[in-house]
Ligand binder design. Structure first.
Ligand code: FE2
Length: 377
């Protein structure tokens, strides 16, 4: 530590006897301390403490109006928890009782009156050194914490971006815009919110649903891109994408990937048990899969693919309505239709373009929608 650092420290002297204050001020000034403040009225301490913000307090114990112990008691409430603010007690009475009481109330050291200059200056220097080291450590810790926060944010952002790019890669051959996965993610999250699922689940579905068709990576071009109907054999191959997706995503310890695996397996199950995956029925099908089923079918129908034209919105809505209670969970269809009525579904493309990878919004939606519940954060 450079000696000049100590000389910049702020020292407050509180003693009701003017001659004592004068001696100390002279001593400190001669030793090179530039920032010295003093008072003979202990009632001034609170004001000076806040204005001057001292690094060290030289404190007399016996004073009228407010003695040194009362000042120490007051400071206990003012000095933040964990902060090192040294108090050097100036006293003629160094009885054991006084020492113990002062130490228990925050005193760090003592100087006996009348002062012995060299000793007093050494004690002052020691306490200021400890104070400066403490402040340096505090600043260092703060910088480290900020860096850790920054890195954590970067890491989270990178992870989400990689997942998103994986979803785009999976749909690269048959989605001309690369936005199907994102729209299904957002629409699924909106339906989940409409159904009243917890914000954490809404946030996870938003990301996990984008990977629903990741297994298409394992389906050949001739089947995936075939215009018109598939032969039964080709259809069996196509159906494998749920299983391939689950294999790609399974075994992770992260909730997001666990949910993505669940969605990949279950998004082609039908409410009436006629779908594929594991052949589940009704509520046996995970709610995530039931939600993505509606979002995926609607978005696939309403967008053009290399092998098919887009359906008109109302035609697609009609098909979803027809599937209520057959292909789709009725409650999920109802929640979806509510979003349609609110006009949200028609804004999906725009909303997807606006939302960021990482959101401060607890549901990760980061979009203000008509009919959305009020934001608390
Ligand atoms: Fe699929």
């Amino acid at each position: 530590m450079h000696p000049s650092e100590l000389k910049e420290c702020r020292i407050l002297v509180v003693d009701d006897e003017e001659p004592n204050v004068r001696v100390l001020r002279r001593l400190l000034t001669r030793a090179g301390y530039r920032e010295v403040e003093s008072t003979t009225d202990p009632r001034e301490v609170s004001r000076i403490f806040h204005e001057f913000q001292p690094d060290l307090l030289l404190l007399d114990l016996r004073m009228p109006h407010m003695d040194g112990f009362e000042i120490m008691e007051y400071l206990q409430g003012e000095v933040p928890e964990g902060e090192y603010f040294p108090i050097l007690v100036l006293t003629g009475d160094l009885s054991r009782e006084v020492r113990e009481r002062a130490l228990s109330m925050g005193a760090r050291d003592f100087v006996t009156k009348p002062f012995e200059s060299t000793e007093a200056l050494l004690r002052i220097k020691n306490l200021l050194e400890a104070r400066v080291l403490h402040l340096q450590l505090q600043a260092h810790n703060q910088t480290l914490e900020e860096r850790v926060r920054e890195r954590t944010r970067d890491l989270a952002e990178a992870q989400l971006e990689i997942l998103n790019r994986l979803a785009v890669a999976a749909e690269y051959r048959d989605d001309l815009t690369g936005r199907h996965a994102e729209r299904v993610g957002l629409l699924s999250a909106l339906i989940a919110r409409e159904l009243g699922l917890p914000p954490e689940m809404v946030r996870l579905i938003r990301r996990a649903a984008t990977l629903h068709d990741v297994g298409k990576i394992g389906v050949s071009d001739s089947i995936l891109m075939k215009p018109g109907a598939l032969t039964p054999k080709e259809y069996e191959q196509m159906k494998l994408h749920t299983e391939i997706g689950a294999r790609i995503l399974s075994g992770s310890r992260f909730p997001l990937l666990k949910l993505a695996s669940e969605i990949a397996t279950s998004h082609h199950e039908w409410w009436n048990g006629q779908g594929y995956g594991e052949g589940l029925v009704g509520e046996e099908i995970p709610i995530s899969g039931r939600i993505v089923a509606v979002a995926d079918v609607f978005d696939s129908l309403t967008h053009k693919r290399p092998y098919k034209q887009a359906f008109h919105r109302d035609e697609a809505l009609g098909l979803i309505r027809e599937g209520r209670g057959e292909q789709f969970d009725p409650a999920v269809v109802d929640a979806f239709m509510k979003l349609v009525e609110e006009g949200v579904v028609d804004q999906l493309d725009e909303l997807v373009g606006r939302a960021a990878f990482v959101s401060t919004d607890p549901e990760g939606l980061e979009v203000n929608l008509p009919g959305a519940p009020p934001r608390t954060a």
